[in-house]
Design a protein around this ligand. Structure first.
Ligand code: ATP
Ligand code: MG
Length: 452
């Protein structure tokens, strides 16, 4: 493992009176051969944070934050590698509350190991001695890709609800699977996720949905979500979505129930549309329960998806984009839309088209694991190509006239946006040529109308 460490860290370990251990994800991933090029380095040690701080400063580390209550120091070495130091400690909890109610520092590595979550995360690497220390048999678990809790699973999950999300996320990112006891303990405590702040839930969910970016994360998004479903955590954090579990769909289109279809849609989609893939059919259970059918599910799903993401305090842009994609995912699914209407839709949603096509394709593939091109996408792409060949503008920026031209033609300022879009649609439909002279005349005609 030494060859993966910076010189700075090795010098720091040499400069410390007591051993410095790497622990957690970096050791786990190193031993399973999946260490990323810039890992998150967690350091643990029996030494106190003040002594560590002094040694780190002497060795040229930049200190970023100190949390005396938990004996934690965040710092960075001269190569930019980042570290989180925590002093050996044992924690006591109020059931489910995530933040320890009491912390006691210790020199005993075994006590530090049993305050962690999984044995695979409690393998230590002594930097100075160049040796692994394995108080709980975590190396064996890493070999068998097993997530086993450091103490009875009921206790471990009962102390801190975040561990329920960590279980799914670590499984997703590493390819490890919980043993029977771990799974049973998570199931029994799934309601404790309610005590975790939404930002942390979103952070872990985001990592699950992007876990296939990690070396051990093959099919991670699907596996992680399936684990959230299995433990019952999904119905706590996303009850609207979990209602689709076991909900049948038309057998002529669908092989899977609503929830399984959604998980497969994530599985078959690119990382940048995973939230939309997960939530695209979230309106179905709502509609079925209210109306007895799925007819309005994209409209209802759009606001439901936005509500859920807002609840998780997701970034505004993701909320808006996901809502729009969910709203549009059924557009022309039966191929009955006239070409003129498709042309309008293509122009109207041009910035989102790539993502919309990707979502429609993933949705199609997830119905019956069919990877042939989705008919709507084929049709819409053909029309788009035709428009490009005709030289039709696809965005306002490509239009031969702009806002200034509209104002000079005496279009009322508050109508400029509408008028330019009208011209864009005219061009998209082939009713006007995208030529300056032609469009200036159109503007002059339109301004006459506004005078009346
Ligand atoms: P990664 O760095 O890839 O996210 P990690 O396992 O290192 O994974 P961190 O959040 O960096 O996760 O935490 C470092 C270590 O601290 C973990 O491996 C685990 O031993 C312990 N740990 C972190 N969070 C918890 C928690 N909520 N409960 C118990 N132990 C935890
Ligand atoms: Mg870590």
């Amino acid at each position: 493992m030494r060859e993966k460490l910076t010189k700075d860290l090795i010098l720091l370990a040499d400069a410390c009176q007591e051993p410095l251990y790497l622990v957690g994800g970096s050791v786990r991933d190193y031993l399973s051969g999946t260490l990323s090029p810039a890992p998150d380095w967690d350091i643990a040690s029996p030494m106190c944070e003040d002594d560590f701080l002094a040694a780190a400063k002497r060795c040229g580390f930049e200190v970023r934050a100190v949390y005396p209550a938990t004996g934690t120091v965040k710092c960075k070495d001269t190569t930019g590698a980042e570290y989180e130091f925590t002093r050996f400690r044992s924690d006591t909890y109020v059931r489910g509350m995530h933040v320890p109610a009491g912390t006691e520092f210790t020199k005993d590595i075994k006590k530090d190991a049993v305050r962690r979550d999984f044995c695979a995360n409690a393998v230590y690497y002594d930097v100075k001695a160049g040796k692994f220390v394995d108080p709980l048999g975590g190396i064996g678990d890493i070999k068998t890709k097993t997530l086993r809790t450091v103490a009875p699973a009921k206790k471990v999950f009962g102390e801190d609800g975040l561990r329920l999300m960590r279980l799914a996320r670590i499984a997703a990112e590493t390819g490890f699977a919980p043993d029977e006891e771990c799974l049973a303990g998570a199931k029994e405590n799934c309601a404790l996720i309610r005590d975790i702040v939404p930002e942390r839930i979103f952070q872990e969910l985001f990592r699950i949905l992007h876990s296939d970016g990690k070396a051990g994360g093959k099919d991670g998004p699907y596996r992680g979500l399936a684990l959230l479903r299995e433990t019952g955590v999904l119905k706590e954090i996303a009850p609207e979505l979990a209602l689709g579990d076991g909900m049948d769909q038309r057998k002529d289109f669908h092989k899977y129930d609503v929830l399984e279809h959604s998980l497969r849609c994530v599985r078959y989609s690119a990382p940048d549309i995973r939230f939309a893939a997960l939530l695209h059919d979230v309106g179905k259970p709502f509609c079925l329960l209210r109306d007895g059918n799925f007819h309005a599910h994209s409209e209802e799903g759009a606001w439901l998806a936005s509500e859920m993401l807002t609840r998780w305090k997701a970034p505004k842009k993701l909320i808006e984009e996901t809502g729009e994609l969910v709203l549009l995912h059924m557009c022309d699914f039966d191929l009955k839309m006239r070409e003129s209407k498709v042309r309008k839709e293509l122009v109207k949603h041009y910035p989102l088209l790539e993502k919309l096509f990707a979502l429609k394709q993933a949705d199609f593939s997830a119905c019956r694991d069919d990877f042939s091109p989705a008919p709507t996408v084929v049709k819409w792409k053909e029309i788009l190509e035709k428009m490009k060949k005709e030289g039709a503008p696809l965005t306002l920026a490509e239009l031969a006239v702009n806002g200034k031209d509209a104002l000079e033609a005496h279009i009322p300022p508050k109508e400029v946006g509408n008028v330019l879009h009208l011209l864009l649609f005219d061009c998209a439909l082939g009713m006007a040529k995208n030529e300056r002279g032609v469009l200036l005349r159109r503007l002059a005609n339109l301004s006459e109308k506004y005078k009346q």
